[in-house]
Design a protein around this ligand. Structure first.
Ligand code: HEM
Length: 178
């Protein structure tokens, strides 16, 4: 997993809960590098899982709630750092439909070692989009937050619901209604 995913998570913890919680979460997670990550490095996904589990214990919040909040935050980071993916796109559904065949394709060119999910999309009509997330990393709650923030970014009032889940979260079916 790319370092940016770690550095932003640690910043979110610091902003939301302060230095002391951040230090305790890093210690509890028994990380090989003591919580120092470079945005361009690549690290084991299991370290991210440990960090989120430690945070969940430390602040007494459910893991899905934390991952969703983290999805909201990282979408804003993507807006700032990857403006090229937003150019010429003025519709949230079009943006979400382009993750699989455009955005993540370009991400993979930038970072060949990135571990990316796959998305299958089905446009029902102008008000409903169905997205199926598939990834062995089971980060559906993180995707949930990203999708919600994406709808907000494009000015759509929307509800994003998990319609069903398979393989313990390795496959998640989202229904997005606006
Ligand atoms: C400008 C837009 C986007 C950029 C630049 C981007 C880039 C990235 C990057 C760099 C990673 C980390 C890969 C790694 O750590 O190895 C990632 C992972 C991920 N992305 Fe995107 N992404 C974008 C939009 C989205 C959106 C809108 C969604 C949600 C539908 C999404 C869903 C995910 C998920 C869930 C992961 C975690 C890996 C997994 O679940 O297997 N991304 N993306």
């Amino acid at each position: 997993m790319k370092g940016i995913v770690f550095t932003e998570l640690l910043e979110m913890v610091e902003d939301a809960y302060g230095d002391e919680v951040l230090d305790r979460v890093i210690t509890m997670s028994e990380l090989p590098n003591n919580g120092s990550y470079s945005a361009v490095g690549t690290y084991d996904h299991a370290e991210l899982v440990r960090l989120v589990l430690s945070l969940s214990k430390e602040v007494n919040e459910e893991v899905p709630t934390l991952l969703k909040a983290y999805g909201h935050r990282i979408f804003k980071v993507f807006e700032r750092n990857y403006a090229q993916f937003f150019e010429g796109v003025d519709d949230a559904f079009s943006f979400l439909e382009s993750i699989e065949n455009h955005i993540h394709v370009e991400v993979r060119k930038l970072y060949p070692e990135a571990e990316l999910p796959t998305f299958d999309s089905q446009r029902i009509d102008d008000h409903e989009l169905r997205l199926t997330y598939v990834s062995s990393r089971k980060m559906g709650d993180f995707a949930h937050g990203l999708i919600e923030e994406c709808m907000t970014h494009f000015g759509d009032k929307a509800t994003v619901k998990i319609a069903s889940m398979e393989d313990e979260g390795a496959k998640v079916n989202f229904v997005i209604t606006r």
